[in-house]
Design a protein around this ligand. Structure first.
Ligand code: UTP
Length: 409
């Protein structure tokens, strides 16, 4: 642990003397807590504030063809058998990314606690477990489920699963782990504080999940169980298939070390990250990083060359993840509304963005790998993300899609 002189020196060096002023007013326990938080700061990240997004210079982009729905249907029986065998052999685990804060939905607790039922209670977590149970019923065995939370929602998430008896999933097959936290800064790069003895810390994005599995020791469980593939999925897509045997089988069959579920773009300018090749390696490129020419380019058959967007449902081979465990991932600097304490010590919850958070994104992992199976799913059957209260990608739109798929709400 840093001593006081070191603390002062480090804070001065990075123009954060206001934190030392706050530190001086604390008792011994408070001092220890704050100093420990400062000690953990990666200054190379904090110093990126105000310098825009990660360097967006992209390499040479080329289209990556997908395994399309018609091909999947033609091979369904074979893929499903391969996938079920892998699941039955205990080689597949699932990772629920639930460390986010769901600020757009505007509910304070874990997003998975949100009730999307109309005539009865149906929580997002419950819906996801039901989706997983569809597979495990068919496979005749359970799939280990790892749930990533953060300091902000861990206790509440675990308590909710306990209260609801894990929605019928066996508790022995569920493990929680916490992701890392990162500091937030104002538009001038000054660290915010959220209480007298704490920096404003928030989850560091969904890209650190494998690192967090490793440092929390959960990875040991993955290894001990002999799991070879992990299916990563977001908390907010209530329609997605989890540990989908057809997806698993197709990925195994392809020989790729990763797989990504993708949907056909609704139109060339849809705001969705597109899976393609960058300098010969798989990569996910956002619509705003592409030129108009690339966006509108078409293949001979008239189909858009960059036609498939990711839905945050990936398969990764565990041994390959271990190889890239310590590789640097790009840090995304994002403008957000950050609660902070003002000079009189009162907590302020701003209505508009007031600074930056620093995030790692799971999609950047794909580019660290040699190959990725682009696996097409039908949007209306597999993609109903809940980001907002109303409108696009909302509770309402997800409810409508669930009903369309025969789910009683
Ligand atoms: P989003 O990018 O939609 O972020 O997360 P969010 O925090 O849930 O919502 P907003 O932006 O504040 O409204 C996509 C997925 O990644 C997870 C989320 O829980 C969701 O499943 N995630 C996000 C994490 O697990 N950790 C994070 O730090 C961020």
């Amino acid at each position: 642990m840093m001593n006081e002189n070191e603390l002062l020196r480090v804070l001065k060096e990075h123009g954060q003397e206001h934190i030392y002023k706050a530190y001086e007013k604390l008792d011994a326990a408070g001092k220890e807590k704050l100093a420990a938080q400062v000690d953990k700061i990666d200054w190379s990240i904090v110093s990126m504030a105000g310098h825009g997004e990660v360097s967006m210079e992209r390499g040479k982009l080329e289209p990556l063809s997908a395994l399309e729905v018609s091909e999947i249907e033609a091979g369904r029986a074979k893929y499903e058998e391969t996938g079920l065998k892998a699941i039955q052999a205990g080689k597949v685990g699932a990772v629920l990314l639930a460390g986010g804060q769901g600020t757009r939905l505007g509910s304070d607790g874990p997003k998975g606690k949100y009730n999307i039922g109309l005539t009865k209670d149906i929580y997002i977590f419950e819906r996801l477990i039901r989706n997983l149970l569809d597979v495990t019923d068919k496979a005749g065995c359970f799939v280990p489920l790892y749930i990533m939370t953060s300091d902000k929602n861990d206790a509440e998430t675990i308590a909710f699963f306990e209260e609801k008896d894990y929605f019928g999933y066996p508790k022995d097959f569920v493990k929680f782990f916490k992701q890392e936290m990162a500091p937030s800064v104002d538009f001038n790069g000054k660290l915010y504080m959220e209480s007298a003895d704490s920096l404003s810390l928030s989850p560091n994005g969904n890209g650190g999940w494998f690192y967090s599995m490793s440092v929390t020791g959960v990875l040991k469980d993955v290894k001990a169980r002999g799991i070879e593939w992990l299916n990563i999925f977001a908390v907010d897509n209530v329609l997605q298939r989890i540990a989908d045997p057809v997806f698993v089988g197709a990925t195994l069959d392809s020989g790729c070390v990763s797989g990504a579920k993708v949907v056909r773009k609704a139109d060339p300018n849809e705001k969705i990250g597109v899976l393609c090749l960058e300098d010969g390696k798989p990569s996910i490129v956002e619509y705003y990083e592409m030129t108009d020419e690339i966006i509108n380019s078409r293949e001979e058959n008239g189909q858009l060359s960059y036609n498939f967007g990711v839905i945050l449902n990936y398969l990764f081979r565990v041994d390959k993840l271990e190889e890239i465990l310590n590789e640097k991932m790009p840090v995304h600097v994002v403008e957000k509304k950050i609660p902070y304490i003002n000079e009189s010590g009162a907590l302020v919850k701003p209505d508009a963005p007031n600074g930056y958070k620093f995030e790692l994104l799971v999609l950047d992992m794909i580019h660290l790998l040699d190959n990725c199976l682009s696996y097409e799913v039908v949007r209306d059957y597999e993609f109903a993300p809940i980001k907002n209260k109303t409108g696009v990608d909302s509770v309402e739109s997800a409810q409508a899609l669930l009903q369309k798929n025969g789910v009683e709400l």
